[in-house]
Design a binder for this molecule. Structure first.
Ligand SMILES: Cc1ncc(COP(=O)(O)O)c(C=O)c1O
Length: 376
């Protein structure tokens, strides 16, 4: 079976891990953690980055920093991973699921505007597949309606919109370094803090709710409990592993984009013939080749295509079950048929294998099987 994904490895992870073992600092926020944070700050142009144990953790920090009051509403796509939603639900918000635009499977801004109420407090664009909605429009809209913007850029490292790195448009952004991402450390994440006014409280939340960072900066003699927080750090072992991966990021992105373009070229005739829809990358978007998806003409056709590809040894996979249509979504009051565009897009979506171990000939074989399925 030609696998859908293989965790990336550079061969340099072991050397950095050995340095951690020799150095004796393990828990986090040590030399490697600081190096990785500085690396990400330089690379993304975001003034402050805090490494976390996961993107889920970074989203939970963002939800605490949004300072939600009972009844406050958070606008987010239903087509996303559960962590985008649970982070805000746990912080007491009402979730308002919005439609996605099938051209990119990212937030449909017209639908966000339709669902806006006086209680809307936060909007969460999710940069699905390293693609993005129009962030200029979204941030203007957010400013106009005093919405706090948290970008879920779990899949967005090394991708940008209008020349600005994904995750750095909002007050806060989050990245994932889970092994399914382009680069990883097993499990890991980062909070990108664009608004400097949020930094002090972010550090407190990150430090289990204490002002320990102030002690390190010599601003207090001893640290104590000052706010709600949690143990959000990434360990030094993870940070060392991640540094090796980040140092190979440029090559990795170039390779993935090459693969992404190859699929796009190979499948363009099928799209032109109306058999499948491909993602329409906006002119001002620079993607990162995180994943390549096609939308079949119906959910049943996508299922049949997936079975056909798996039968031919190619592991194609579906993606998120829309959150509003899940068991938990129903408990939150959503019903059959809500958000029809999202239901339709999610049912029709199929992701094709894409990772560093594949050769272009492998991709051609996958694309060939897709064409064969359609008799083309
Ligand atoms: C859009 C999105 N947000 C959040 C997450 C959670 O990331 P993590 O596994 O690092 O907690 C994921 C994970 O795949 C994701 O796809």
């Amino acid at each position: 079976m030609l696998r859908f994904h293989e965790p990336f490895l550079t061969g340099r992870e072991q050397g950095y891990l050995a340095e951690v073992l020799a150095g004796g600092s393990f828990a986090g926020n040590g030399p490697f953690g600081k190096r990785v944070q500085a690396w990400l700050e330089r690379h993304t142009g975001c003034p402050h980055v805090l490494l976390t144990h996961s993107c889920t953790g970074a989203l939970e920090m963002a939800a605490l920093l949004a300072d939600l009051q009972p009844g406050d509403e958070v606008l987010l796509p239903s087509f996303t991973f559960v962590s985008t939603a649970t982070a805000f639900l746990r912080a007491g918000a009402k979730l308002v699921f919005c439609e996605v635009d099938p051209a990119t499977m990212t937030l449909d801004l017209a639908d966000v505007a339709r669902r806006l109420t006086p209680r809307s407090k936060v909007v969460v664009p999710v940069h699905y597949a390293g693609l993005s909605c129009d962030m200029v429009k979204l941030t203007d809209f957010a400013k106009q309606h005093r919405l706090f913007v948290v970008e879920d850029a779990a899949q967005g490292l090394d991708a940008s919109r209008d020349g600005r790195h994904l995750g750095t448009w909002g007050s806060l952004g989050t990245l994932s370094f889970h092994e399914t991402k382009n680069v990883h450390c097993g499990l890991g994440g980062a909070l990108l803090i664009h608004d400097p006014a949020l930094l002090e409280r972010a550090e407190i939340i990150w430090e289990r709710g204490t002002n320990r960072q102030k002690m390190f900066k010599g601003l207090v003699d001893k640290y104590s409990w000052v706010d709600v927080g949690s143990s959000f750090y990434m360990t030094e072992l993870q940070a060392a592993f991640l540094l090796a991966q980040l140092e190979a990021l440029a090559d990795n992105t170039a390779l993935r984009l090459g693969q992404w373009r190859r699929y796009a070229e190979q499948l363009a005739p099928l799209a032109a013939a109306g058999h499948v829809q491909l993602a329409q990358v906006p002119a001002t978007a620079q993607p990162n080749g995180h994943c390549f998806f096609v939308l079949a003409r119906s959910g049943a056709e996508a299922d049949a295509l997936r079975e056909y590809l798996v039968g031919h040894g190619f592991q194609a996979t579906i993606h998120y079950v829309p959150l509003h249509a899940s068991e938990m979504g129903r408990r939150l009051g959503y019903a059959d048929g809500d958000l029809p565009v999202t239901l339709d897009g999610a049912a029709r979506l199929l992701r094709l294998p894409l990772h560093h171990k594949l050769q272009l000939a492998d991709l051609d074989a996958v694309a060939g099987a897709v064409r064969q399925f359609y008799g083309a």
